[in-house]
Design a protein around this ligand. Structure first.
Ligand SMILES: NC(=O)c1ccc[n+]([C@@H]2O[C@H](COP(=O)([O-])OP(=O)(O)OC[C@H]3O[C@@H](n4cnc5c(N)ncnc54)[C@H](OP(=O)(O)O)[C@@H]3O)[C@@H](O)[C@H]2O)c1
Length: 306
């Protein structure tokens, strides 16, 4: 049974991914800053400590792993972007990558591949798109964060580890992240169209992102950067109204939420919901990846049922 270390595996993607990988015959060790606070949900999932400040990892856990999935990082949308928080968002990613590189250098190991998260925040929002993996990074905070993040894990390749980076779109899951936030007002009959409503949302269903991580980790044909998004992005208006129709039939009112209100509510983070992200999934398709949820209709149908 092959072992996978998932850093930050206690988060939204990691929780689903752990269960998914166990269902496919893997053993999972989650690297967490606070492993003791988590109860075992399966005999095949365990928790081990790592400490970014002291730059230490649980060596025994490290020696068992064949694969590393690197998800750790302070939440981008969780708190206002003060200078301190911005530093934390970047350093939680770069210092954790550095720790993995250091550990791979100093601890004898059998790791064959490293799959790291990145985000579609890499791309410039003002270019109509669809953006492809060779596009240069945006000069804003998210672009700079993704650039530093991807650069920090790159040395894995000189250690002879196959490296895959997944520039992830908005992950749709009932268990957290953006989807429950979109669904909340609709439950009360309010479909809030954000800003112009024209900004494109590049999304991916939680089950597809889990399948993608497994494929990237095990399939030797995968290497380098891929956009982890479904092939049919939609604009904010379509996204919201489709979801409202599915949840409420015709019992909802579309309400525009102007940019300035969003800026008052979210500050600089309003960039996250107002920017257009039209991201290409072509490279994934060329690699042969088959989506279970290629359209927003299929994704919403599933999410609303569960
Ligand atoms: N969800 C999305 O829509 C989405 C989209 C694009 C990219 N991504 C990226 O994919 C990765 C996983 O996403 P997710 O939604 O599962 O994230 P998440 O729910 O925020 O979980 C990330 C995990 O990282 C660890 N972490 C948090 N703050 C940290 C810090 N300051 N230093 C070190 N570790 C820290 C936490 O684990 P412990 O507390 O156990 O240490 C946490 O459970 C993230 O890097 C995220 O940016 C996610």
């Amino acid at each position: 049974m092959d072992t996978v270390i998932i850093t930050g595996g206690t988060g939204l993607i990691g929780r689903s991914l752990s269960i998914f990988l166990v269902s496919r015959g893997f053993r999972v060790i989650i690297f967490s800053r606070t492993p003791r606070t988590y109860r075992k949900s399966s005999p095949e999932i365990s928790y081990a400590a790592w400490n970014l400040d002291e730059q230490t990892v649980n060596e025994e856990a490290f020696q068992q792993a064949k694969y590393i999935i690197h998800l750790a990082g302070a939440g981008v949308a969780d708190k206002p972007w003060t200078d301190k928080r911005k530093r934390e968002i970047i350093e939680s990613r770069t210092r954790s990558s550095e720790l993995l590189i250091k550990a791979m250098k100093s601890i004898p190991n059998n790791i064959v591949s490293v799959v790291s998260a990145s985000a579609i925040g890499w791309y410039n929002q003002n270019i109509p798109g669809p953006a492809t993996e060779t596009d240069s990074p945006d000069s804003g905070f998210l672009g700079a964060t993704c650039q530093a993040w991807e650069k920090s894990i790159q040395p894995a390749t000189s250690l002879d580890k196959r490296l895959v980076i997944l520039r992830t779109g908005i992950v749709l899951s009932n268990d957290g992240g953006a989807f429950p936030e979109f669904a909340k007002p609709i439950r009360y009959g309010i479909a809030g169209i954000l800003g112009s409503g024209k900004q494109i949302i590049s999304w991916i269903h939680i089950e597809d992102i889990c399948r993608l991580y497994m494929e990237a980790m095990t399939n030797a044909a995968w290497s380098g950067v891929y956009n982890a998004v479904a092939p049919n992005p939609v604009n904010n208006r379509t996204f919201t109204l489709e979801l409202a129709k599915k949840m409420k039939g015709s019992f909802y009112i579309p309400i525009p939420v102007p940019n300035f209100i969003l800026r008052l509510m979210l500050g600089e983070r309003s960039e996250e919901v107002l920017k257009s992200s039209n991201i290409s999934a072509n490279k994934l398709k060329q690699q042969g990846f088959q989506f279970i949820y290629p359209t927003i209709d299929a994704a919403f149908r599933d999410l609303i049922q569960h």
